[in-house]
Design a protein around this ligand. Structure first.
Ligand code: CA
Length: 367
């Protein structure tokens, strides 16, 4: 109402004033703009689903209520693995998930989620924002009518839950494990059988014995699914997902229909939510890990989980296979090659720096 009165005054006051207060069409519409965000997570799932909720609340707050985003969990509007198509066709304006779920759309999507033995969270954000990664991601999604944006990062994940000990590479033979993306392909070459399942279906599959092992995220998210009740051994490190970027998808047409300030709010809210999720998960993983490994005692509930490190020869074998798998994705087509070269070049440079900074410091801290 105020805006209309203001505009009316402007028009009455003369053309020059009217031009100065001319607002983009969408701002003049009656009431707020309503968007829907479909996610690949169970509704309100700790860390990931709540990260999507936080983004929606940020957009509403930053836009002064002009843009409202309603968040939907897995299967509320569409299933987890239908999110990409739902945003592309405009059924919803936004999506939240992880880019490796869409490897069937294009193999290069996997570089924007996580690469086995690849970049950590800090390195991934550096590559995306300041190393050319986000520009390549945008180029890759352009033909789908989608704009991608990093929205969250898990940090280094856990290696997963296993119903038997992994003592050597031979123990991976015939292992049926839920593990997405490139990590799944690596497991396959090590003799295992990768299975693709949305988060919400993991627990029952593991408990019923349909799968022998699963990875999910880290202590906080894994505890929320109760995975410790379905398998005994909890392995580290998450070689397959060293810093998984969660993905925001925006329908390009819907985005372009927004006035410029709302466009900026959407993209910058994504950036804030991206950082916030890593901080949230890191803080909560600490507490959840303590709860998982603790024995029940003195009326305090603990789960007595056995946390084990993969043997070095298993990790070395997986690393060798990973290099092969990742290089093969690069041969898919020209853009895959371009993304691979950019990612690989960045990893080499950042590894040279981080070996004498982050890594040397973390080693020094535990001497
Ligand atoms: Ca994972």
């Amino acid at each position: 109402m105020q805006r209309r009165v203001f505009l009316k005054k402007g028009l009455v006051g003369g053309g020059a004033v009217a031009a100065a207060v001319a607002l983009p069409e969408a701002t003049l519409a009656e009431g707020p703009i309503h968007w829907k965000m479909a996610t690949t997570w169970p509704k309100n799932f700790p860390g990931l689903g709540t990260g999507a909720n936080y983004l929606a609340s940020l957009i509403e707050e930053m836009s002064g209520g002009r843009l409202k985003v309603k968040v939907y969990g897995d299967k509320e509007l569409v299933g987890a693995f239908e999110v990409f198509d739902a945003v592309a066709r405009g059924t919803v304006q936004m999506g939240h998930g992880a880019a490796y779920y869409w490897k069937g759309k294009h193999p290069a999507t996997q570089f924007f989620a996580s690469v086995p033995f690849g970049l950590t969270a800090q390195e991934m954000n550096s590559w995306l924002y300041h190393g050319g990664g986000l520009a390549l991601w945008t180029e890759l999604y352009e033909p789908f009518g989608l704009i991608p944006s990093p929205i969250g990062n898990t940090g280094v994940q856990m290696g997963g839950w296993f119903n038997k000990e992994i003592r050597s590479v031979a123990d991976l033979q015939g292992l049926k494990m839920r593990i997405p993306g490139l990590g799944g392909e690596v497991l396959k070459r090590a003799g295992g059988t990768p299975v693709s399942l949305p988060g919400g279906e993991i627990f029952l599959a593991l408990q019923s014995g349909a799968i022998d092992a699963t990875e999910w995220v880290g202590p906080y998210n894994d505890l929320a699914f109760g995975l410790h009740k379905a398998a005994k051994f909890y392995y580290y490190p998450g070689w397959h997902e060293p810093g998984t970027t969660l993905e925001g998808l925006i329908n390009k047409k819907a985005f372009e229909a927004l006035p410029k300030d709302l466009q900026s709010i959407v993209l910058n809210a994504c950036k804030v939510a991206n950082q916030d999720m890593l901080a949230d998960l890191t803080a909560r993983n600490n507490d959840a890990l303590a709860q998982l490994v603790q024995q029940s005692a003195h009326g305090k509930e603990g789960h007595g989980v056995r946390v084990l490190k993969f043997p070095d020869d298993v990790l070395k074998k997986l690393r060798t296979l990973s290099e092969e798998v990742v290089a093969e994705v690069a041969t898919s087509d020209a853009i895959s090659q371009k993304v691979y070269q950019s990612y690989k070049g960045f990893r080499e440079k950042v590894a040279a720096w981080h070996v004498i900074s982050e890594q040397a410091y973390l080693n020094a801290r535990t001497l």
